[in-house]
Design a protein around this ligand. Sequence first.
Ligand code: 2AM
Length: 178
Amino acid sequence: MIRLFAALSLPDEVCARLQSLQMGLDGWRLSPPQNFHITLAFFGEVSEAQATDLDAALSAVEGPGFDIWLDGVDVFGGGKPRLAYAAVRSDPALSHLRDKVRQAGRTAGLEIAAERYVPHVTLGRGGARADTRLTRWLEGNAAFLAGPVRAETFQLYRSDLGRAAPTYTEVARYALTP
Ligand code: 2AM
């Protein structure tokens, strides 16, 4: 079985800026910069045969390229923050692509959980309290803005869970229309 997800990648210069955002996230498990991405769909553990079907379905996904803007920071979990992220500005082309990628998962016979889409780049996870340091981090980085980053492709990644951070490896790349 392999653990797969589809995502948009980010150029190195944006990853460097995201890495500097991680300063101030003391006590969090920080994502290494090579792991920064915008998840489109998480497929979970799939068999080799399902992965082949998924690749075929993703190859058939069509959609226009679009500009990504990272805009501000936030946390999931509110009073018990569990994930700190850079927010991705909502965009109809991004939502459309996300829907098609999830549909491709269903075409391949995978169960895709219904959930609201909050596009984001995970910066760190868990282990922190909603304290004044976090408030300062949120306020201090509210004006963070990076972009435009042209999305011309999306990728299928495998995730190998390690004892520290997971390792993400690109296994396929799909073109959007220019
Ligand atoms: P994230 O986008 O919030 O970081 C690989 O695990 C990627 O898929 C991660 O980026 C992760 O979350 C996302 N993902 C979405 N749902 C997931 C789930 N149920 N389990 C693990 N990862 C999930």
